[in-house]
Design a protein around this ligand. Structure first.
Ligand SMILES: [Zn+2]
Length: 312
């Protein structure tokens, strides 16, 4: 009899708990809209390179089946660290303070300081709001290593080549099924500096990057992860002749492509997108609250779908 009472008590407690959670739409859902977000950043991949001279079958497929713009912009200067920082920190250099090509620490004091004494990136948001979610970074340019909270990631790999970066990150993705992965490829920037932008060698380099994107898509498909994934492809800057950092559209305009779970096949997006909108878009897709000190805003509005999810 005593056992029966305790069982009933437990049952009543459980029912009470269940009704509390189902009646309270403020509660964040356990199941997020999207299980995996993969941000692919290809260094020095100017938007201008999407022209008749380039094949890029995998990227063009993401564009036609997702949404994109070739008018997205880097922040100024059109250099590397300042733009990678902006992309994942949801803010421009005026706020995060990384202002140069190879900034390892902010030249301008960051407006806010978070974990690991840096301006909070998308990794901080995920860590705080999805504490059990796995997240990682793999990059070929070592400069990326100064721009995120190393203590918050489950995977941190600096590859010697894009091929090695890809191999290691695919192992992480397929084993750990992370909620967020940032992959940095150092091409076509290397070819751009050595031989020049808009050269046949440059197009060979971007076609190689396209094939790496194809391998990522195939791996996600093979692991049955593609349907639950969003892929974002962008760059830190374009280039002109053998350099970048200046104020031409060839240097400043970057591709911005989004494809996957819940993402409308809208094709070309008309709105303005700046590289710091990338982090805000990722936060929105994962249903995370965006901090007031960020400046980026989401490029894709999933509010209807996320609302449905909240009410389920
Ligand atoms: Zn760069």
């Amino acid at each position: 009899m005593r056992l029966l009472y305790s069982k009933i008590t437990l049952l009543l407690l459980f029912m009470g708990f269940a009704s509390c959670t189902s009646n309270n739409t403020e509660v964040k859902p356990e199941i997020k809209a999207t299980k995996h977000v993969i941000l692919i950043g290809s260094d020095g991949f100017g938007a201008y390179a999407f022209n008749k001279k380039s094949k890029l079958p995998h990227l063009r497929k993401l564009m036609s089946e997702g949404s994109y713009t070739l008018k997205a912009r880097a922040v100024l200067p059109s250099s590397s660290a300042v733009n990678w920082a902006s992309m994942i920190m949801g803010s421009g250099p005026e706020l995060h303070g990384y202002t140069e090509w190879g900034s390892k620490t902010p030249e301008l004091p960051s407006r806010f300081i978070g974990t690991d004494s840096i301006y909070p990136s998308i990794f901080s948001l995920i860590d705080t709001q999805m504490p059990t979610a796995k997240k990682g970074v793999a990059y070929t340019w070592e400069g990326i290593g100064y721009l995120f909270e190393k203590s918050l990631v489950d995977f941190n790999y600096n590859g010697k080549s894009d091929a090695e970066t890809l191999e290691k990150v695919l192992s992480f993705i397929t084993t750990e099924k992370p909620v967020f992965t940032f992959i940095h490829f150092d091409e076509p920037d290397i070819t751009g500096h050595d031989i020049g932008h808009d050269t046949s060698e440059y197009y060979t380099a971007i076609e190689k990057v396209d094939s790496l994107v194809g391998i990522i898509i195939a791996s996600l498909k093979h692991e049955n992860m593609l349907e639950d994934s969003v892929i974002i492809f962008s760059s830190d800057h374009g280039g002109l002749e053998k350099g970048h950092g200046g104020k031409t559209l060839l240097e400043v305009e970057i591709p911005w492509i989004i494809y996957g779970h819940n993402i409308p096949a809208n094709g070309q997006l008309d709105k303005s997108i700046v590289t710091y909108d990338t982090a805000a878009t990722i936060a929105h897709i994962l249903n995370l609250e965006i901090p007031g000190f960020w400046r980026g805003k989401t490029a894709i509005d999933l509010n209807n779908k996320l609302q449905t999810l909240n009410n389920d």
